[in-house]
Design a binder for this molecule. Structure first.
Ligand code: 4AD
Ligand code: MG
Length: 482
């Protein structure tokens, strides 16, 4: 007999003579009621065991975490909370779970820290089941959005010889031995003898390769893992995260902002439409978590309200220059509450500033654009008519409440001469990026794109507060378990 998913059983429109359910025991009450979960939904199906006719031996083995198969009748439930339950006729223990040893016990509510250390088992909790289902639906929504619009999905390389962001925070990839490393005459590592016969690293972004494809296919997007060896142990940074990078030929910065806003609203709406049960549960979890916080630190809106707010309100578009004025005159700046005080135009914005703008000043998602050229990457389009010494580029960052930067993007410098000048000034190897420069040599045109950090999106939608909790097996400084 084939088993039926718990979700389908709970959504049944009639009672059923004989059904088979398989899953893991969440709880077992009164020697009679199994709450069974199979991951298809956050909801458990109640399985009522005929304890008088079940051997004690078997009853003892129905413990939290055990895998079981039940065959029985799907009947209308007399108990509150569920429409249907299974009257069990036959129960089989598929895999025991020692109650003394199984770490995820419902009674002693495990901390998020403890669950992180048990990332392979935490997905057996309601919370992580919900998060990972929402994550999965969001990634489907990402593909849906771009595919419906005719974008081509491009798989850019994970091992690459180029440094897209010029930030230098890369993981090296090598097959060279650590002892007896081959050296050149001047004592440097001789990468000519390495696997790829050159220096390589894990990609920090697929953008540069993506641009070459956009300049042929028109509209493309990537969705893949990216790696950054930045030693920032924060609740917003991972060493391995997933990024979505659309790139569109003939788009300018305004088109880029429109695309990003529309895209984010679409995927959030998609999650609201397809993950109701999970999001309701996560909303309750967040309320619970916030009870222990002082009033001032609690969110003003509950999760679903916050998500709807983002759908219903335009993102506020503000230039960097306007933002600096706001920050300079802000109370935390005047009272020297910011760790980095904003004194002059040109300052790089820290997350404390971004969060002030979004959470305190505008109280909605914000798109900051036209940043100073010298705090942004080499490939960004220099604005025409900027004052000498105050050059700006057509960059944009999208800032979200509780998250900070969720998107970084720009219109690209399409002019070969200007780009070369910029690379020279930053001492970027032209030889190394000759292939990239070809897009500007042959049929160059205005184009723009952005990168959205997928985990930051999942953080926002699930209302979780630590990025380690929205990716199955997080990689952070000092942590690469599993
Ligand atoms: O702003 P970033 O560095 O932009 C780029 O990589 C561009 N090449 C994107 C493009 O224009 N195609 O990164 C983009 C986004 C950030 O806004 C953030 O959401 C996320 O990626 N991100 C991280 N997420 C988790 N952990 C990290 N260490 C992250 N670094 C960036
Ligand atoms: Mg950025």
């Amino acid at each position: 007999m084939k088993h039926t998913k718990v979700k389908d059983l709970l959504n049944s429109t009639t009672t059923l003579q004989e059904v088979n359910a398989k899953g893991w025991v969440r709880t077992f009450r009164n020697n009679q009621f199994i709450a069974l979960n199979d991951g298809s939904t956050i909801n458990n199906i109640q399985c009522v065991v005929d304890f008088e006719n079940t051997p004690d031996e078997t009853l003892k083995r129905i413990t939290t975490g055990a895998a079981v198969s039940v065959i029985g009748t799907l009947i209308e439930s007399k108990g509150a909370g569920q429409k249907y339950e299974i009257q069990v006729n036959k129960l089989e223990i598929l895999g025991d779970s020692d109650a003394e040893k199984f770490p995820i016990q419902p009674k002693n509510k495990p901390s998020l820290d403890f669950l992180r250390e048990n990332a392979h088992l935490r997905v057996r909790t309601n919370m992580f089941g919900a998060i990972m289902r929402v994550r999965s639906v969001l990634s489907f929504a990402v593909h849906n959005y771009f595919q419906q619009k005719g974008f081509v999905y491009v798989n850019t390389p994970i091992i690459t010889g180029s440094d897209a962001e010029g930030a230098g925070e890369m993981f090296k990839v090598t097959a060279l031995p650590f002892d007896n490393t081959p050296r050149t005459e001047d004592g440097k590592v001789n990468y000519k003898e390495d696997f790829f016969e050159k220096e390589t690293n894990l990609t920090v972004s697929g953008q540069l390769e993506g641009e070459t494809y956009a300049m042929a296919l028109g509209q493309i997007y990537t969705f893949g893992p990216t790696f950054r060896a930045e030693n920032s142990n924060t609740s917003r940074h991972l060493a391995e995260f997933w990024m979505i990078e659309p790139e569109v030929a003939f788009n300018n910065l305004d088109d880029n902002m429109d695309l990003a806003e529309d895209f984010i609203q679409y995927v959030i709406k998609y999650a609201l439409d397809h993950c109701q049960d999970d999001l309701k549960f996560l909303e309750g979890r967040l309320l619970d978590e916030e009870k222990s916080k002082p009033q001032a630190e609690r969110s003003e809106m509950a999760l679903l309200e916050k998500l709807n707010f983002v759908l219903e309100n335009n993102f506020k578009r503000v230039s960097y220059t306007e933002a600096i004025d706001i920050l300079r005159d802000s109370t935390p700046n005047k009272k020297k509450k910011f760790q980095y005080l904003i004194n002059e135009w040109g300052a790089d914005l820290q997350s404390e500033h971004e969060r002030y703008l979004v959470e305190k000043h505008f109280k909605c998602p914000v798109i900051l654009f036209d940043y100073p050229a010298n705090i942004k990457a080499f490939y960004m389009r220099l604005n025409d008519n900027t004052e000498p010494g105050r050059e700006t580029v057509r960059a944009m960052d999208i800032l979200f409440p509780g998250i900070g930067e969720i998107v970084g993007g720009s219109e690209r410098e399409e002019r070969y001469d200007v780009l070369i000048e910029k690379m020279k000034a930053l001492e970027i190897d032209e030889e190394e990026l000759s292939w990239y420069l070809d897009t500007r040599r042959f049929g160059s045109a205005t184009h723009a794109g952005f990168g959205l950090g997928f985990e930051r999106l999942v953080l926002f939608v699930t209302g979780m507060t630590n990025i380690r909790d929205v990716i199955p097996f997080p990689r952070t400084p000092g942590n690469a378990e599993f």
